[in-house]
Design a protein around this ligand. Structure first.
Ligand code: CO
Length: 295
């Protein structure tokens, strides 16, 4: 057996301890910043959902600057005319670089990883390719619905929104966005299954995508419900919620429900206003291991 002199062992341990003590503050000093990315809204009544999300993230990450970006250039331009400046993804990263953060947590506030999410990811990756030394890590937080756990938590949050008001036997029809070319259809199908398991009278259809109002009409008329609660399944209760869901036009879902001889009860609450939904977004931001800088 090789003999190690106690003194060298002791000094070796001391050196190790010393280097750990020096390394720890450096680790702790890693400054984090958040970039919250939403489609955006120019409807003032829809703002409470985004404000609630903003407060939730500031409380969950008290030492991190929180920067917002809207992916919709049309909405950014509309807001700019009203004197409200919200930047795009590039501007958000530039701002966090000015804050000298080491680690960026980007959180998508999209419901499904559809076209908007992909565009956001492309913008992030191309900016980072042009500015490779700006950050040490950039974690990408996935949209609301990715896992069975997400669907379960969102289902509970959504059903809780009308709990106590919706009577037994009354239906609930949720309006998701969806996409015309079908991206996200299967996520919507999964969410629909989770909802139906929890509450047979809860239905989900979308403005675009394969499952619209026409696909739930039969279920609405064959059921015994005479009252149909209508609730947006979008982060904000914006234009779609106010016009396509609850509006007076003959093709709004409220009007179509009325045409079936049923009573519509619109609830204009965006998903972002539901605490259980915000908790999923925060969890995704916290748990993300998807570092866009990792080669
Ligand atoms: Co739309």
């Amino acid at each position: 057996m090789r003999h190690i002199p106690t003194t060298s062992l002791r000094s070796g341990l001391l050196a190790l301890l010393l280097s750990l003590c020096l390394a720890l503050p450096a680790l702790a000093a890693q400054k984090e910043g958040l970039l919250l990315v939403a489609f955006g809204t120019s409807v003032p009544e829809a703002q409470p959902a985004l404000t609630a999300i903003d407060q939730e993230f500031r409380a969950a990450f008290p030492h991190s600057p929180v920067v917002w970006a809207y992916t919709s250039s049309i909405i950014r331009a509309k807001l700019e005319k009203k004197g409200v400046h919200i930047g795009d993804v590039n501007a958000g990263l530039e701002e966090l670089a000015r804050h000298k953060v080491d680690v960026v947590r980007v959180q998508s506030l999209h419901v499904v990883a559809g076209e908007e999410f992909s565009e956001m990811e492309r913008l992030l990756v191309s900016w980072l390719a042009r500015h490779p030394d700006s950050f040490k890590a950039v974690y990408l937080g996935r949209p609301l619905l990715e896992s069975r756990q997400d669907a379960g938590e969102v289902c509970r949050a959504v059903l809780a929104a009308t709990a106590g008001k919706r009577q037994p036997g009354e239906a609930l029809l949720l309006m998701g966005h969806g996409q015309s070319h079908g991206r996200g259809d299967m996520v919507i199908e999964g969410m629909r299954a989770v909802l139906a398991d929890a509450d047979p009278l809860a239905m989900l259809a979308t403005v675009e995508g394969s499952r619209g109002f026409d696909q739930v009409r039969a279920a609405l008329t064959s059921g015994r419900a005479s009252v149909v609660w209508l609730q947006p399944f979008m982060v904000v209760a914006g234009d779609h919620a106010r016009n396509d869901l609850a509006g007076d036009e003959p093709d709004s879902w409220a009007s179509q429900v009325r045409t079936l001889g049923l009573t519509p009860r619109p609830v204009l609450t965006g998903l972002g206003e539901l605490p259980g939904v915000r908790a999923v977004f925060v969890r995704h931001a916290r748990d993300s291991q998807d570092d866009l800088l990792k080669r």
